[in-house]
Ligand binder design. Structure first.
Ligand code: E4P
Length: 217
């Protein structure tokens, strides 16, 4: 399983990129709004940091297929690594079909059922983004959705990649890797949580103490 970072914060993107653990970035309208910066400006900056797929979503106010297509073409022009993120609706599927046929990669987002993922794949999506955490929030195990999509895509040799999204903690990450998700898109905080382990910290301290006791600083 590969990792994308799920943020529009360039400082967090730089930190994760410097660690060598991420190979792409996902953003959404809420994450862009959180930064309070112009969409194109922040996306351009992100493309200069990470050399991999960068998902930029159509405006949250865009609902018609023809508008999503227009906006999607503009997003794709920002950089060759751009992936256009489109919400899972009838219009979203229509836009996915057109943009994909033009060679533009589409990430269909807000996937909450296996059928939605299958439809998005058939419309030509390069990626689907099932949201684990938001299903967990309403007491439906999100990991079941990831497992179902992995099984269905494998049954029919579907090449659309599964980006496990709405990942909130390290257990989600492990579960997604076991389930066979292609990618997990994770906030920086979760990357930090994955790095740290109390026994690693204690081990470093013990090695230091033992070394200094004999050899000094
Ligand atoms: C996916 O691409 C979304 O940006 C994101 O993972 C949503 O996560 P949240 O449910 O924690 O907001």
């Amino acid at each position: 399983m590969r990792f994308f970072i799920d943020t529009a914060n360039v400082e967090d993107i730089k930190k994760a990129n410097d660690m060598g653990v991420i190979c792409g970035v996902t953003t959404n309208p809420s994450l862009i709004a959180k930064e309070g910066r112009d969409f194109k400006e922040v996306i351009k900056e992100i493309t200069s940091i990470v050399d991999g797929p960068i998902s930029g979503e159509v405006k949250a106010t865009t609902t018609k297929a023809e508008d999503m297509i227009k906006e999607g073409r503009e997003i794709a022009k920002i950089h060759p690594n751009m992936v256009v993120k489109i919400p899972m609706t009838v219009d979203g599927l229509k836009a996915t079909k057109v943009l994909s046929s033009e060679g533009i990669k589409v990430n269909v987002t807000l996937i909450f059922s296996a059928n939605q993922a299958l439809l998005a794949a058939r419309a030509g999506a390069a990626y689907v983004s099932p949201f684990l955490g938001r299903l967990d929030d309403i007491s439906q195990p999100g990991i079941n959705l990831i497992e179902d999509i992995v099984a269905i895509f494998s049954n029919y040799d579907i090449q659309t990649e599964i980006i496990a999204a709405s990942v909130r903690n390290p257990i989600h990450v492990t579960d997604c890797a076991i389930a066979g998700a292609d990618i997990a898109t994770v906030p920086y905080k979760v990357i930090e949580q994955m790095v740290n382990h109390p026994l690693t910290t204690a081990g470093i301290e013990k090695f230091k103490k033992d070394y200094i006791a004999v050899f000094g600083e």
